[in-house]
Design a binder for this molecule. Structure first.
Ligand code: NCD
Length: 363
């Protein structure tokens, strides 16, 4: 199996095989975080830029920890401390950052499509860490990884995604990932936050919490995105909580061995009751742990492409990272990517073997 994506912008367009390959690679990285010395040399000498235009605790620190555990250098830029404050456009910021030759840029932005815009520059791999209400692909991967750890393959299982579907990039990425892997997905929420056209995704739509949770294997709660509510989608928070807060009583509708996910940050008492969030069915902190492994896998797969391709280059095997390739004298500063990433060569496999068992890289 090869991973052919140059950027990681969304779950949309990924095949079942690509998703399973990403998950398998992430599973192989998980073990590093259990070691006493949580570091491998895989990305030594590479720089990862975290460009965050929105507040974030989990995703930002997770990407940073993932990069550091792979020995990359990391820098964090947030909108409040960058030249955005001086009127610079996103593309000009990105052009400048790319000129410093990072191995990848991780971007979170309040505008849907921001990561795609950056990817069009095509100067270095771009990883979407959440764009507006569009996609949050690494969150979906860590969610699916956590679900599979508990219930096995998701195919044929029923998963309810509950809450503010309309504004949720987590919901979009998860619907795409879960349906591609053959799960039955139910979307549950008030009609104003769950327009009927969501049925076009091939999912069930429920506007009643109890019926939506009936017999499900997994419940994924969503945060009520108060910062994205341009108008009043429900009468009051109290009203929303009365109908859609996941309480122990509502939980009783699901299968007895149900697991509960939440991407965080949680609004306790609004979408989820503390007894449920901290109770025995919750896997919320496991999601956070798995997030590091998923981001290590994505960083690894995207930033080692050059090196993997370079192993096979007879022209300059000594300068694998050198951009001025003799085969493209017309595009000296363009980073050249192969059309598809080749199977890692034996040398690469050997180098990363403490990290990835052969089955993960060889399938
Ligand atoms: C999610 C996000 O930012 O989209 N959180 C996260 O990445 N941990 C969900 C949310 O903020 O509601």
């Amino acid at each position: 199996m090869t991973f052919s994506q140059r950027h990681f912008l969304g779950i949309e367009g990924l095949s079942r095989e690509e998703l399973l390959f990403l998950l398998k690679t992430a599973e192989s990285f998980r073990e590093i975080s259990e070691r006493e010395v949580k570091k491998v040399p895989t990305l030594r000498g590479k720089t990862i830029i975290n460009l965050f235009y929105e507040s974030s605790t989990r995703t930002r620190s997770s990407f940073e920890i993932a990069a550091k555990r792979l020995s990359a250098d990391t820098i964090n830029i947030s909108a409040s401390t960058s030249s955005v404050n001086k009127g610079e456009t996103l593309l000009d910021t990105a052009r400048s950052l790319c000129a410093m030759r990072p191995a990848a840029i991780v971007i979170r932005h309040p505008a849907s499509g921001a990561a795609h815009l950056l990817a069009q520059l095509d100067k270095c791999p771009v990883i979407n860490a959440g764009d507006g209400t569009h996609e949050h692909p690494t969150q979906a991967l860590l969610d699916v990884m956590t679900i599979r750890e508990h219930i096995g393959e998701v195919e044929g299982k029923t998963i309810a995604i509950v809450g503010d579907i309309l504004h949720s990039r987590v919901a979009r990425s998860n619907v795409l990932a879960l349906t591609t892997l053959g799960a039955n997905v139910r979307l549950v929420g008030p009609p104003t936050l769950l327009p009927p056209e969501f049925r076009l995704w091939g999912v069930e739509v429920h506007t009643d919490l109890r019926s939506g949770l009936s017999g499900v294997d997994v419940i994924m709660m969503l945060r009520l995105q108060r910062e994205r509510q341009a108008r009043n989608f429900f009468p009051s928070l109290d009203e929303y909580a009365r109908r859609f807060c996941l309480t122990t009583q509502a939980l009783a509708e699901a299968k007895p061995e149900v697991i509960i996910l939440h991407p965080g940050p949680m609004n306790r008492g609004i979408e989820i009751d503390s007894r449920v969030a901290d109770g025995p069915y919750s896997v919320i902190l496991e999601q956070v742990t798995n997030g590091v492994a998923v981001r290590m896998a994505v960083l690894y797969l995207l930033t080692t492409r050059e090196r993997i391709a370079a192993q096979d280059r007879p022209d300059r095997p000594d300068r694998p990272d050198r951009p001025d390739r003799p085969d493209r004298p017309d595009r000296p500063d363009r980073l050249n990517y192969p059309d598809r990433v080749a199977e890692p060569s034996p040398a690469v496999v050997q180098e990363i073997s403490p990290v990835l068992p052969k089955r993960a890289v060889g399938q």
